[in-house]
Ligand binder design. Sequence first.
Ligand code: ADQ
Length: 498
Amino acid sequence: MPDAGTGSAPPLVAVSNRLPVERARAGWRPTAGGLVSALRPALEARGGAWVGWDGGASGLPRRVEGLEVELCPLELDRPTLGGYYHGFSNRTLWPLLHGLVEQSLFERRWWDAYSGANERFAAAALDQVSRRSDALLWIHDYHLMLVPALLRRHTGDRPIGFFLHVPFPAPELFARLPWRTQLVDGLLGADVIAFQTEEYRDNFVRTCLRLRRDVSYDEGRLRLPDGRTVVTAAHPISIDADALARDARTPPVERSLAMLRDQFATRRVLLGVDRLDYTKGILERLRAIELLLEQRPQLRRSLAIVQIAVPSRGEVREYRELRRQVEAEVGRINGRFTEPTADVPVHYLFRGVRHDRLLAYYRLADICLVTPLRDGMNLVAKEFVVAQHATDQTGVLVLSEFTGAAEELHETLSCNPFDVEGLASTIELALTLDEEDRRQRLARMATTVHDHDVFAWAQQETSTLEQTRPHQGPRPARAKTPRPTRSQPPGERSTRGR
Ligand code: ADQ
């Protein structure tokens, strides 16, 4: 199939775990999610292909309306999926990369399935690049860490970019993984490895230097013994802020908001919106709310807590257990603090909500609680400030210091979600901020998000990748740069650049 791209910019071949489409009543539609809105602008401007698992759906078409890119679905059988996705990706890498907020499990058979699946993704991507002579390869996330090196073997000097959506942990945590060197070698097949923050980038660089004694580092670049250089970068992902600001003012949102305002007329609303994942700190947030209601009886009738939790990874035991714990906690709070003739304090929705309804909740909230124990970025925080600011609301964002978003949004009320008492006090403080203060904080944060939106992110990604071409020419002499020491970490020598 020919490229749909325009102009002289080379097309893209994107590779991610899952293709961004789902079944609709009549046919297929693009999924409403962070990944599709992040990649779509660049893919549509340049044309190209998107390689990913078909999600178990048969008959997935090569083209879907609303997504101007060729889809290349990959079927994975049950054992592969169990080992590669549910096992190694979700139970080994996910907790490890999030700094072991949950135990990471090491199973040889999961690793074997992960390696095999990565080979399948790489083969499918190769098939696509062979049909697009100048295409750039753009690989996404922790499911596919071996793909860059697998592609490098067959693609010569064609630019390969890798973007990690989740954190990269401290070297001493990553070093626990039995297959740590294979993963690092896999990533080093790329020309550009980008992370959400400088901290994750620095962690990765330190990990490389610890595990690969033959690699050196200078000014953001890793130099490999074969003469190749690998650019490391921090490219914080973002949202389509203008579209979100527009959508937040549409009639369906106004209608939903009117109903919600009616429902919560006598209460101030605290909002949580997350995938039901142990990294999101939902349980810790509920415990802080329980403590607050215990200590401040007068709030029991004047606060409503709305927790919207999208079901996630229900095949994995830790996630089923988390759901049980969250629901027990919600039940306990409501059992303890619902007053006769009054509404329950916690409203818990275990489902994804439609975009217009989600925006109505963002507008409704007096406080948005984004309290992950660890999170690569967290787009909910960015969505909340843009939706509130666009509609002249004055809500407060309470944001965990352990999110990528905290690096950019400085006017939040920052919290440590592990400190339940501290979080309870921060929520109480949020209830007392004066209106002008809240307005100014929101305005500054919304400007930050509009200034660095998803288009800016995609531009950073693709232009960095294109710029690698000239550097890859004939083998340069081996760099004689001193190895950074612990007292002089790579991050302290680089500018933040955003
Ligand atoms: P996620 O862990 O999925 O993404 P996040 O960045 O918060 O987390 O994105 C979630 C998206 O889903 C948001 O756009 C949000 O609006 C939507 N969403 C969440 N709950 C919802 C609900 N109940 N109903 C409807 N929509 C809901 C991973 C990383 C993040 C990183 C992103 C992008 O873990 O750290 O920010 O990728 O790189």
